[in-house]
Design a protein around this ligand. Structure first.
Ligand code: ADP
Ligand code: MG
Length: 264
């Protein structure tokens, strides 16, 4: 799959996307995104990497239709996606789901797993038997239907991560978008979240767009890496090429910051 193609049915695209912010004080503006083109094919796993301030989170927020673009267009399955259109967004959010930072930490410990996993089904008004659907996705993430009536504090850390990801899959999501889902977690939890994401994407065939400042996460999870610098995509390549033949200085700087992890 090449960037910028017309893309098959389930692909997510940004075309010529720009976003600027005004600084709180003074007339100065920040070009957070200065013209971004990106295509993520159905089932593809793409890592968006870059130094702090390079525009990664802005791009993800725009892909999630949480903010409008100033110029350009976001499409999913060739349909324009923008904030505000309630019906269109409900449809979109069934297909493309967000996984928060520290996925398990976002679970309300007082609620039962069935309730937690079914929450997006209620919110997005998905028809059908929500408990049955919750059981189905629990099984898809390697848990059993027996977990439905437990609460997060009765589960291990790894099981909680699975529940959090099951919740994103519940509405039938074809693609998961995550912004630094493991930053701030200690190493064992980090490994758990990455392992679960990896396994779920493989077994369910879900696409993934993961924002990270850490190339080792891309190396672990992604087919392709997109490097951002100053609000632009400066490199877009298969993960193996990015790691072994980085073309842009920004990519080389990111590689230099993780030498031990890659050779471990
Ligand atoms: P990253 O996620 O790669 O660290 P961001 O997308 O958060 O980068 O930010 C890109 C640039 O846009 C930065 O200069 C940041 O300060 C600026 N920016 C992002 N969001 C806002 C905002 N809501 N208001 C003002 N400036 C913002
Ligand atoms: Mg960010």
């Amino acid at each position: 799959m090449t960037a910028g193609g017309t893309g098959p049915a389930g692909s997510l695209q940004a075309r010529g996307v720009r976003r600027m912010y005004r600084r709180h004080r003074g007339p100065e503006v920040v070009h957070a995104l200065a013209g971004v083109d990106l295509t993520v094919a159905e089932g593809e796993r793409v890592g968006i990497v870059g130094a702090s301030g390079s525009g990664k989170s802005t791009l993800l927020r725009l892909l999630l239709a949480l903010e409008p673009v100033d110029a350009g267009e976001i499409t999913y399955a060739a349909r324009p996606i923008r904030p505000g259109g309630v019906r269109e967004l409900r449809w979109y959010r069934r297909q493309v789901q967000y996984v928060p930072q520290d996925p398990a930490g976002s679970l309300d410990p007082r609620r039962r797993v069935a309730d937690l996993v079914a929450e997006p089904l209620r919110r997005l008004r998905v028809d059908g038997d929500h408990r049955a659907r919750a059981a189905e996705v629990l099984i898809a993430v390697g848990l059993e239907a027996g977990f439905l009536d437990r609460r997060p504090y009765q589960l291990s850390g790894g099981q909680c991560q699975r529940v959090a990801i099951a919740r994103a899959l519940a509405p039938g999501a074809r693609m998961i978008l995550a912004d630094e889902p493991v930053s701030g977690l200690d190493l064992p939890l980090r490994q758990q979240v990455l392992a679960v994401l990896d396994e779920v994407c493989r077994t369910v065939g879900t696409g993934l767009v993961i924002v990270t400042h850490d190339l080792s996460v891309v190396s672990r999870l992604c087919d392709r890496g997109v490097v951002m610098d100053g609000g632009r995509i400066v490199e877009d390549a298969a993960t193996a090429d990015l790691l072994t033949r980085p073309a842009h200085p920004a990519t080389r700087r990111l590689l230099d910051s993780i030498p031990r992890l890659l050779t471990a």
